[in-house]
Design a protein around this ligand. Sequence first.
Ligand code: BGC
Length: 849
Amino acid sequence: MLEIRHFTVENLPDGCVTDAEQPRFAWALESDGQDVSMEQATLKVNGWSTTTKEQVAVPYKGKRLQPFTCYSTRLTVTDNRGQQANAEAAFETGRMDTPWDADWITDGSYKFTEKKVSPRPMTFRKCIALEKKVAKARIYATAMGIYELTLNGEKVGADYFAPGFTSYKTHLQYQTYDVTDKLQSSNELLAEVAGGWAVGSFVFTRQNRVTADRQALLLELRVWYEDGTSQVFGTDESWQVAMDGPVQMADFYDGETYDATVKPEQMNWHNAARENLRCHPRIRAAYGAMVTAHEYMEPVSCTKLADGTLVYDFGQNFAGVIDLHIQGKKGQTITVRHAEILNPDGTLNTAFLRTAKATATYICTEGDQYYSPRFTYMGFRYAAITGAEESEIRVGAWALYSELEQTGSFACSNGMLNRLQQNIVWSAKSNLMDIPTDCPQRDERMGWTGDIAVFAPTACYNFDMSRFLEKWLEDVKAEQLPTGGIPNTVPVQGYGFPATMPVMAIDFWGDACVLVPWAEYQARGDVEILRKMYPAMKKYVNACRFWAGFGFGKNRYIWHTPATLHFGDWVAPDVPKMQQWQARSKWTATASLKNTSGLLARIARILGENGDAEHYQVLSDKVADAYVSVFTDGNGKMKEEFQTAYVLPLYFGMFPEKVRRQAADNLARLVEAGDWCIGTGFPGTPYILFALADNGHLEEAYRMLLNIKCPSWLYEVRMGATTIWERWDGLDENGVCPIGDDGTDLMISYNHYASGAVGAFFYQRILGLEPEQPGYKTFRLCPKPGGGLTWAKGSLRTPYGVIHTQWAIRNGEFALEVQVPVGTRCTLTLPDGSTRTCDSGQYAYSCKI
Ligand code: BGC
């Protein structure tokens, strides 16, 4: 039987509210038959109908959609056997640029002048009486700052940190909340607005007021009555505001202070004032992936220290907020501090949080009560609580991250690798916090471009990243400098150091504008992401080419602007100092230019820009040739040897064929001399195993992957890591951080996904699963067993359906099973080299090994 699965509108399976003029539809199919494919599909919506053979990103092309309207889309699919399936998906349009029947409001008496902290949270209030029967009601809301709404005492929606983090000067999201069933004849609507990213202190220099001088709120309650009339209640000067609500302090880095003794009737309410904003972004229905609460975390132990502090261990490092049930006394103050690791004496090690206080303080009222922060989050595994006895509190926590569907899974016969896969997923969860961040704990949590540039392929295996990345990439485009450089963090939000870097374009970090859309395109197959980003990519690669273009002869293609203007082989563990990582920028930057220009050539070809395709291909080839000519002896040996110097040209295909194998042998020799330990920084880490495995050194790749000596992936696992560390040597064998003054100002995080980029190797080589056509319309399955693994299995929800695959080795035989989704084709290559193609269905094959 044919069945439609995962019928989405704008990549959301349900609840889509959109301002898109041409929302995109997509669906996957499932069938119990073999060789089933979609013959055609008919979509009907709003009097428009189309028949198509596509099933990814099919755009609506009917008459203009109206704002504030619910639409239902009917889909009928016929397969090649004549079977039919039907499904329906509802979506709703948002405001679609309808002018707001509301004003931006603020507390006009509040002058926020302090530096390096966040403003006092503001609370707005409005009582709304309704006389008629409500048919439908929606709240449309946004803020400068981050807001949460309460209607008649109940939280509205499940979002944290609304309206989300965007390049506020250009884009601002609004949220839509269905409150039809929540309204009564008399209603009290509260909006608490904290500083968040727009007004609060952010980036490690603790800039504040970057977007606005103080918080502001813009909101409409739209009510449609049963009698056909409607009414809008918008923010205006009749709303009340107070600055002395229970949330007294809220800051992403420092935490939250909540005084439960504060009662609304005691607050100093006064009329709100209209606010003139400094910037005028386009305000659009939320189009990213909002942060919500996911796993409920329970502590695995509680230790009472000599001074009475209770230290709770959640057994897992993560990003989120504590969840406390308290039996309290009025005025009792409970303090919760957070950290990723402990000191040897069992106290929290907060040294690496730098200026972030990461503290939640709660002042109790009398009796049973509940507290969980709503305007901050922390990255932690341990929570230290003072001010309460163990018997007075029940402690849990919520993992917070963007609403992302987990699409991939991987497991194998090596338990440590399985833990590494879990660590990769947990570091992703912890850092996919509305934007892709570097870390969730210290005073950064910024949209570092280099981190997602290298991690995107792995992220796109494990999660459906479509909405999340599309949103962030709009900001990458918006924040690109006129010179073509991409800021190191997006949104920039106050970060501008050193000023020259993004102006001049910077390798690997700026490459995010090419690498991230490319990874997303491979995973989802929606060409629009390339089309949208193409002008930005071109401008960026042109800038790189410009800055690399100084010198004579082949040196005109070696990018050697001063190393201090690059990050180079960032956090490479084989050299201890930051300056030494940066000193490798000649190699990393030149290889990056070869890669981005080569990818741009491919993208240009896909978009039909053939002139560009040729131009960038020539550039890419010249850069490759220059790298090999200038940096090697011509026979595959680097004049200056380090792992990344080999890895990049091997993975990017820069060596002439006749010396490629020799170069790989040299890399393998270097790796062996280093005892199979990792020596790469951000740029080399995602690719080193591929550079080995794909060039005749599969066993060496496995040996490196399975190494448990420091520095290596599994060393971290051996040391009890539950997330990916920023620094390979984050803890020594005694569990103490050995890193001293290396020029990075204690840049030591235990939750940084960048080197988790190895996850792509699990899918692409251990399982052997790679798209041939983007979105897995056709895909390769070519497992490369090794390292003594006896089995591996995984699944991937592609846009067409779920691929399941598993292999096992028993008595010299390699047995593989695969499920190929409807409408896709798999080219399968077994370890003995035999190849076959399979259309949809279940298959089992085996060969001698
Ligand atoms: C961040 C990184 C980032 C790097 C760039 C760090 O402070 O945490 O992950 O990419 O700076 O230098």
